[in-house]
Design a protein around this ligand. Structure first.
Ligand code: CO8
Length: 259
């Protein structure tokens, strides 16, 4: 399928989704949002794909929602634009496959919110992250108020939202906002290494881990622990469990098939 605002490519079991409006720092307009949704949906239903990496072309990962659209938006359309963006982020978070945001530069506003919807964030040393909506007299609308708070805690999240300051990648790493930071020359190589490692694990187990962690974080500890135990019935019924245990006992590398 051809896209106008993103590029997609497959590399073995890895799928790359590259935001491609570099002259506008990959700002999210409605077209890009819809193409992003469609591309993730395609990769999610592609059995060859085990891990999805989202990144941006040029000097930005994504500088947020396209501000030029804001001047024409009626309040009702603003609500629709915010709602649709949120739905796309929710969808990305909800898919069963692992997702990695490879933050190659600015990740601001809706761009950071996209990265927050991914499972793992890695960044280049030059990257800057922030929620600058406050400087426009608005506030985050693609899930940032909730996801950032859950990841870095209330104090730091409120500070980021209230000041709109951009945070260098190394500081973001200290706050737990990004998992790892690399020199930009190594970012792609290190991200690929991480994605390949994850792609060799059981897709069923990965999917259950995501579901239980994402649902559990919004539940009581007891409910989360209960989901964890209940999932064991499912995980013990898989071929991948048989394969993993057999491979360990026979001292060989497992070959997980996702069944
Ligand atoms: N929207 C539209 N265009 C953008 C955006 C954006 N978010 N960010 C950058 N651009 C454009 C610039 O206008 C410029 O275009 P042109 O060359 O035609 O003038 C081009 O990209 C390059 O940008 P700069 O020249 O500004 O590059 P700099 O390196 O000087 O600065 C910055 C980079 C600091 C990233 C700067 O571009 C900037 O501050 N951008 C805006 C960041 C921002 O405020 N993001 C938040 C947007 S709001 C949001 O995301 C809300 C999400 C919820 C939406 C709900 C919908 C209703």
């Amino acid at each position: 399928m051809e896209f106008e605002t993103i590029e997609v490519k497959k590399e073995g079991t890895l799928a790359w989704l590259i935001l491609n409006r570099p002259d506008k720092l990959n700002a999210l307009n409605l077209k890009l949002l819809e193409e992003l949704y469609q591309a993730v949906k395609n990769f999610d239903s592609d059995n060859d794909v085990r891990v999805i990496i989202i990144t941006g072309k040029g000097k930005a990962f994504c500088a947020g929602a396209d501000i030029t659209q804001f001047t024409e938006l009626t309040p009702v359309n603003a609500w629709k634009f915010a709602k649709r963006g949120r739905e796309v982020m929710d969808f990305i978070e909800s898919i069963g496959k692992p997702t990695i945001a490879m933050i190659n530069g600015y990740a601001l506003g809706g761009g950071l919110e996209l990265a927050l919807a991914c499972d793992i964030r890695v960044a280049s040393e030059e990257a800057q992250l922030g929620l600058p909506e406050i400087n426009l007299g608005i506030y985050p609308g693609y899930g940032g108020t909730q996801r950032l708070t859950r990841i870095v805690g209330k104090g730091k999240a409120l500070e980021m939202m209230m000041t709109g300051d951009r945070i260098p990648a190394r500081d973001a790493e200290r706050y737990g906002l990004v998992n790892s930071v690399y020199p930009s020359a190594d970012l792609e190589k290190e991200t690929r290494k991480l994605a390949e490692k994850i792609s060799e694990k059981s897709p069923v187990a990965l999917s259950l881990i995501k579901e239980i962690v994402n649902r559990g974080i919004d539940s009581s500890l007891l409910t989360g622990l209960s989901m964890e135990s209940l999932g064991w019935g499912t995980i013990f019924s898989t071929e991948d469990k048989k394969e993993g245990v057999d491979a360990f006992l026979k001292k060989r590398k497992p070959n997980f098939k996702g069944i």
